[in-house]
Design a protein around this ligand. Structure first.
Ligand SMILES: *Cc1c(COP(=O)(O)O)cnc(C)c1O
Length: 243
């Protein structure tokens, strides 16, 4: 099932790319593996998909060892609390996609510095304006990037967003367009050490729209692994009831 699902995702990527004249090789698939047990993630890794993302440090730690033999590339895509930074850095993380405030970046920097390490990061932007979504407000993004760019352990590689949950494609598209617009603005500023190569946007339901608007990383969960048992609010909103 998982391999068929991945094939169907690839077809969707190809069709979306064709529509706007993009090369499908520009679009990386990140497997969003929250709630998915390690043995099922392994099926996707064995099929040749290496890029995976967890939302919670605890879940990462539970599955990390079981996946190591398949050498996945780990991104962290969930809301990160400052008191979890230390635990997160015990693992080999290629990129943290969810940096959305200076306090978090600064504490991460201090820990990295103490360990003589660096970290690739994306800046998460709240393009939908929904209170339940994390991310820096669009209007504050450039100031945050300028501030974080002074922290030499952090390498800003681009932007991440979660689009509006809506059946109105126009509204979803405007979220992704906004992220692209911020990327273009930041590029124009030529801030030292800041790269804006990556746009991480698009999930199972809206990957086509995201690719049409310039996504370089799409984060796919349910379309590969099936429906989750937990509501997404469990991952996206700390005030949500703990199940
Ligand atoms: C769960 C999750 C995804 C994937 O969502 P699906 O709709 O299952 O594809 C993408 N990004 C983030 C940040 C997530 O938490």
């Amino acid at each position: 099932m998982i391999t068929e699902n991945l094939q169907s995702i690839n077809r969707r990527i190809e069709n979306a790319c064709k529509k706007v004249g993009r090369d499908p090789l520009e679009v990386k698939i990140l497997l969003a593996t929250k709630t998915v047990p390690a043995d099922r993630i392994l099926l996707a890794l064995e099929a040749g998909y290496q890029l995976i993302g967890e939302n919670k440090v605890q879940e990462l730690s539970q599955k990390y060892k079981a996946l190591q033999a398949s050498q996945p590339t780990h991104h962290f895509i969930g809301h990160l609390q400052t008191n979890k930074i230390k635990d997160l850095l015990k693992y080999d993380i290629d990129c943290i996609q969810s940096i959305d405030r200076f306090e978090l970046a600064y504490k991460l920097h201090q820990r990295l510095q103490a360990q003589s390490k660096t970290m690739r990061i994306l800046i998460q932007v709240n393009t939908s304006g929904e209170e339940s979504k994390f991310g820096v407000a669009p209007g504050h993004t450039i100031a945050l990037i300028e501030q974080i760019s002074t922290l030499h352990t952090l390498q800003i590689k681009g932007l991440m967003t979660i689009g509006l949950f809506s059946t109105d494609e126009k509204k979803i598209r405007s979220c992704f367009r906004l992220l692209k617009k911020i990327q273009t603005e930041v590029r124009g500023l030529h801030i030292p050490r800041v790269e804006m190569a990556e746009l991480s946007m698009g999930m199972s339901g809206d990957l086509e729209v995201a690719i049409e608007e310039g996504a370089t990383i799409i984060r796919i969960g349910t379309a590969v692994f099936g429906k989750r048992n937990y509501p997404d609010a469990f991952y996206w909103n700390e005030s949500a009831p703990v199940l």
